[in-house]
Design a binder for this molecule. Structure first.
Ligand code: ADE
Ligand code: ZN
Length: 348
């Protein structure tokens, strides 16, 4: 059982989140409102129904459900609403900085013009900063199941709107099995040339070979990466290069990557010296926000305050920000942690 002090420490410690998807972060109440205004029929009528609907067998089935729920987003106002909600939700969890994945391909396939997505997000991001003091940046995700020409084109479009929308990087998500990152080599190369930061989901539904494949694309963080544990040489390599992993523990249980939290690889990776951060992925769909992810890991693996502090500090260290900004966030972090330690653990 976690002590109330450790719970309060987890709730109040400043955090950065580096792995959550805009389309997977629509709260059930908002989904219902969007569906109503955009004449989309959902297979549930209330929030309890949504919780029942969000039962997943595996990653591929989850992606199909996600594509369906994302289709409730139609107008610029819809995108603004969800972006502002991400800001409010961040503030509630003491997330002061958030990098959010955006699936342009999925919206384009549904015929939603780029400028609609961009207008809404640009407005929402500004409101989140002004109203909630939360800094948000976006990472445009390549859908790894698409053709290489499509991903290359997405990089060019992301480049054209990067300043308005706050697009900081290019990532890759969706169905991992049978869809190697290297198919999109040209897109990653072009993104690098354009000065984007590079990340990719890997080692979630496929084992170490997918992580090696993503690493060969020059990525700077690995989203999930939890199945790296299946190969000692890979774990050692991750330790050597200190590439951050953005792990989403509850997502991994919900999508059956590990049968239970006790069998999750996160603690083994931490103990081996891999650079680990904790994130939420698609919080309402997995029934767990960032705080809940920390709580479940802390409870399962008997973490202490020093472990939580390291994980949260890692989240700022792994963020795509320059040294000046990073020093500012880390200074605020250190001051707040000292205050919390005094208040909660009577440390001086
Ligand atoms: N898109 C949203 N969540 C995802 C996940 N966990 N893996 C791959 N693609 C995703
Ligand atoms: Zn993800």
């Amino acid at each position: 059982m976690l002590t109330s002090e450790l719970r309060a420490f987890i709730q109040n410690i400043p955090k950065a989140e580096l792995h959550c998807h805009l389309e997977g972060s629509i709260q059930p109440a908002t989904l219902l409102k969007l569906a109503l205004s955009n004449s989309i029929e959902l297979p549930f009528e209330n929030e309890a129904g949504a919780r029942n609907f969000f039962e997943f067998k595996n990653l591929n089935q989850f992606i199909d459900i996600l594509s369906f729920t994302a289709s409730t987003l139609k107008t610029a106002n819809d995108f603004e609403t969800v972006t502002v909600e991400l800001g409010a939700d961040a503030a509630r969890q003491k997330i002061t900085y958030r990098e959010v994945f955006l699936s342009y391909d999925a919206h384009q396939r549904r015929g939603i013009p780029w400028h609609i997505v961009n207008e809404g997000i640009a407005r929402g991001r500004k409101i989140a900063q002004e109203k909630y003091n939360v800094e948000m940046w976006f990472i445009a995700d390549i859908d790894r199941t698409t053709e290489k020409e499509v991903s290359l084109n997405m990089v060019e479009l992301a480049h054209a709107s990067r300043h308005d929308v706050g697009i900081i990087g290019i990532g890759m998500d969706s169905k991992e099995a049978g869809n190697p990152a290297s198919r999109h080599k040209a897109a990653f190369e072009r993104a690098k040339e354009l000065g984007f930061r590079l990340v990719a989901h890997a080692g979630e539904d496929v084992g170490p070979e997918s992580v090696w494949d993503a690493l060969s694309m020059g990525i700077e963080r690995i989203d999930h990466g939890v199945r790296a544990i299946e190969e000692n040489k890979l774990v050692q390599h991750l330790v050597d290069i200190q590439i951050p992993l953005t792990i989403c523990p509850v997502s991994n249980i919900q999508l059956k990557v590990f049968p239970t939290m006790a069998q999750h690889s996160i603690k083994q990776l931490m103990d081996a010296g891999v650079f680990v951060t904790i994130n939420s992925d698609d919080p309402p769909m997995f029934g767990a926000d960032v705080v809940e992810n920390y709580l479940q890991v802390a409870e399962t693996f008997n973490l202490i305050a020093a472990d939580i502090e390291k994980l949260a500090r890692n989240s700022f260290k792994a963020a795509f920000m320059d040294d000046v900004k990073s020093s500012k966030y880390l200074k605020e972090f250190t001051e707040k942690v000292a205050q919390l330690r005094t208040e909660l653990f009577n440390e001086v």
